[in-house]
Design a protein around this ligand. Sequence first.
Ligand SMILES: Nc1nc2c(ncn2[C@@H]2O[C@H](COP(=O)(O)OP(=O)(O)OP(=O)(O)O)[C@@H](O)[C@H]2O)c(=O)[nH]1
Ligand SMILES: [Mg+2]
Length: 236
Amino acid sequence: MMKHFLSKCQLGNNKIEGSITETSFQKIDNSSLSREPETTLTIITLGFSGVGKTSLIQNFMNGELAGLQLATIGIEYSSSKFRLSDGSIINCCIVDTNGTERYRALNENYFRQADGCIIIYDITNEQSFEEIKEYYIPKIKDKCKENITTILLGNKKDKENERKISIEQGNKLALENNFIFKETCCSERINVSEAFQTIIEVTNLDKKNREIDNDTIKINKNNHKRIKKDKKSNCC
Ligand SMILES: Nc1nc2c(ncn2[C@@H]2O[C@H](COP(=O)(O)OP(=O)(O)OP(=O)(O)O)[C@@H](O)[C@H]2O)c(=O)[nH]1
Ligand SMILES: [Mg+2]
């Protein structure tokens, strides 16, 4: 089945338009790389300890199912190259963090370099959802790039009997903050690839649009300087 997403970049502006089709997104290895990646996207994963950050990354990058996972020590990186639905080839670096309080200062050093952000809570753990509201969202607004592309994931969807956070609560928090939202499950591979594909594709479009904006500002500044200079030289 071919799923079709509309990127938020398409809504209401005339910048780069892109439709995201699941079938055209592809992980590529170095041997089949036809050209160098155009850019590197850095995506940071955040959330309370034990919500499943490492499991989700390993599930997406290596196809591993959730198993016994040791707490992440410090920061870990995984990177891979992808062909996106608009034909771009990108290098994607996913930064895995540890969710315990004592690593917060270390994690914050990586906020500024992130192009995209994945925030995760565990649908059976209220504290993991509260932490997002009280700590992660304010920190992202303070330390990350302005309007950083963000997806909110409610993980462990398989544990329906123990659910504490409803889909509506997750959706509401995402809407209030202009985040994309999905519920996922590593052990049964529900929505994992879809969530990562979406954040990678949308982050790439947002980054391209930001670069266009910056170029436009530069051109406008240069034109302004030139006009000023021309006016001066015409002046008696
Ligand atoms: N039932 C279920 N268990 C999961 C799921 N995802 C992860 N887990 C389990 O949750 C536990 C914690 O997962 P991790 O991936 O280590 O969590 P983390 O967020 O990386 O934790 P820290 O590194 O300590 O911050 C592991 O035992 C996983 O097997 C899921 O979707 N369903
Ligand atoms: Mg971990």
